[in-house]
Design a protein around this ligand. Sequence first.
Ligand SMILES: Nc1ncnc2c1ncn2[C@@H]1O[C@H](COP(=O)(O)OP(=O)(O)OP(=O)(O)O)[C@@H](O)[C@H]1O
Length: 491
Amino acid sequence: MIVLDNIHKHYGRVRANDGISLTLEPGRIYALVGENGAGKSTLMRVLAGHTRPTSGTLTMSGETLSHLTPALARKYGVGMLYQDPLDFPAMPVWENFQLGAPKRSKQEVIDVIGELSFRLDACFLPDEPVSSLTVGERQLLELLRLLDLGATTLILDEPTTGITPEQKQDLFNLLTKLAREDNHTIILVTHKLSEAYEMADAIFIMRQGRLVSTLTPPYDEKELVTLMFGEQADGEADELPSLDAGAPPRLTMTDTLFAGPKYSMGPMHFTAQPGECVGLAGLDGSGQELFLRGLCGLDRMPGGTIALDDSVFRANDFPALRRAGVQFVPADRLEMALFPALNLMEHITLAFPDKHDGLREFYDSQCVDCFNLRAHPDTQAKELSGGNQQRLLLSLMPDEAKLLLMEHPTRGLDAGSARQVWNHLMGRCRDGATLIFFSPDLDEVLEHAHRVIVFYDRAIAGIVDREHATMDVVGALMAGKPYAEVMEGAA
Ligand SMILES: Nc1ncnc2c1ncn2[C@@H]1O[C@H](COP(=O)(O)OP(=O)(O)OP(=O)(O)O)[C@@H](O)[C@H]1O
């Protein structure tokens, strides 16, 4: 049993954790939910020994401690699975598995992988590089590695992001087995409330650094949402804008080839209308990333053309496309899109150089009112919670953008903020912008797209209109089933 008693973690004025006490029992599955910035990651980092609390104690196996180190947390059996797997893609499966473990021969490692895989219904080729695994497989490998290191308390941060519905079910079955048969403690940190209802024996709800409630089944969805968001809980999702069938296309791709660092794709033909929302679906590495990065000019276009309204581009030059109204929002926020050491106001100053007068008012209307970014303007980007980084990034998109290319627009956002962002994006589409977005969450793609382009094996596997874009159809195309066969089955 693990007991956290009155844990505080303060960052200057911010009380990320403000007196949290909770007990974790063996054999139980817990969900930890809360809006962005509620303090979930901080609490989990305290439990995994990565963050030293300002005050409070942790009792593990009967010993009371003021803080843990990662090594100590490991000794007490705490293992954390991060949203982005902490592996080395260039190294083979067996070498990744061996990381952090006591020295043993390759054959011994292979035998352990085999044993664990057999018991937990997994399958790995020890010499395969991790770079060729899907996100779901990498996550599973990391889970097996933690179990091999002796983890009995497993913290999983948004574990279903980027995996297929089938992989999710396999993961949930595995977690249930680990809790019920092996008496492990499982903590799921999630923004998907349906997953919390499905899996958890108890749901911890955090708000503004505090544990506001612990719910047990049967869950009352309304109560949970109100506890999480308070007054903000109300509100409807906007509908997809209707399209003007006669409008000239916004984007026309003709014989377009894109070439990234690892592979190329094409020739592709595609048109999208003003106001249209096009969703991209595919397992990690299937081609959707190159499609977006080629369109914005970050990857090369060795052949064909892109036309944006009446302007035809024979080269996809990033600055020229940006001037023409193309905006790209990457998933990799801190590495590609924000300056970690610059504060919020500095980002706004750089993104909107013309607004040097009244910058503070602009910040309030753009970041606070429109995207609900509640952080002091002096906060550096790297100090923001994941959800607030996303809000900042969205605040930096100029209003006049014509073609929005977005990787996972609501990455890390809580349900209320995600709805707010989608309503904002729908508003932009109603005003005539075209949105092409990718999300690893298939529900999100199906809900917000007029059409879905499905990628498989680094090519377009099919373009499906809203009427036919069901989980089964899109899931089957993502898994490589031929288009004609899938559509025939759907008819
Ligand atoms: N290293 C840090 N320096 C300063 N402030 C921090 C730091 N880490 C977290 N915070 C602040 O602590 C608060 C809680 O952040 P935390 O990341 O724990 O929230 P969260 O519930 O995990 O949010 P999200 O769902 O957005 O990931 C936020 O206000 C955040 O800005």
